[in-house]
Design a protein around this ligand. Sequence first.
Ligand code: ADP
Ligand code: MG
Length: 322
Amino acid sequence: MLSERGVYGYSAVLMGSPILLKLFEHNEALVSRVFRLIKKYEDLLTVNRAQSEVMAINHAAGRAAVAVSAPVFALIKCALAASLVKDSCFNLAIGPLVKRWRIGFCGASVPSVEEIAALLPRTRPELVQLDQSAETVFLTQPGMEIDLGAIAKGFIADRVRDYLKSQGVTQGLINLGGNVQTLGSPPGGWSVGLKKPFSTVDSLVGTLLVENKSVVTSGVYERYFEQDGRCYHHILDPRNGYPLDNELDSVTIISTDSLDGDIWSTLIYGMGVEKGCAALRHQPGIEAIFVTKQREVICSSGHQFRFTLLDSDYRLVTDNIA
Ligand code: ADP
Ligand code: MG
């Protein structure tokens, strides 16, 4: 526990990431209840262990529908809807490809063209069947696997915010490693750093000031490996099975719910700057900051946050502001 100007910071390692909770009070009992809540949801959603509710669905692929708890069903329903949007780069059934690439885990390697071609048909979201009344999920082909890695943290960050609210907390921040969710508006707002891509020290491109908002970043520099001089990162293009390849180093989404931030960060990542900005013009509650390989920082709009550029290697481009 660390205290700085009345803000208490509590850290832990959960979901394979360093977690940070900030509160304006010193309350160890509340903190351990929050960390237990995170662990409870991690245990339901993980695909990095043999057993979880999601793994029970995966183990029964091609054989049987599996009943899951209400929050897991609701999350899968939401993930399926995002996966079925035309040209969506978000795909909850991406599991077989994620498992084969192993990006971010030891033993990562580039699959052969034949391996990718064999796995792609097992990743079609149309092959996921939900039964709303029974709350069951059925992967209709053997070898299919759901992977909620792109949205589990956002879902859990929202649950933490809701729990803190229910406990009468008016100001707090949870950082689940890439997903920040904030509650309330301390003097000056919550400051959230935007990491400099591929920087070895923890340098920032800039900072955002937000109140009651989630800030989610998906970046190619978060988890990747190199083979034969090429860099392969962990967000896969469901259309071809390879890491998404475009002008972006990262996308940050500012929204009320972190789950929306997670879904949109993957969707927008797939669209790139131009199509992404166009899509967000129809989504007033969702805003994006793009960081490109050309070292440009582009804000889709700026109603829910204030951005300050800190690194002079980067250029703030405002042409695209809607
Ligand atoms: P993190 O914030 O944990 O670094 P992201 O939220 O950017 O990660 O999501 C990346 C993770 O999502 C991958 O590690 C993988 O488990 C899963 N994933 C990869 N590609 C896709 C995709 N196209 N759609 C949905 N999930 C994906
Ligand atoms: Mg995400």
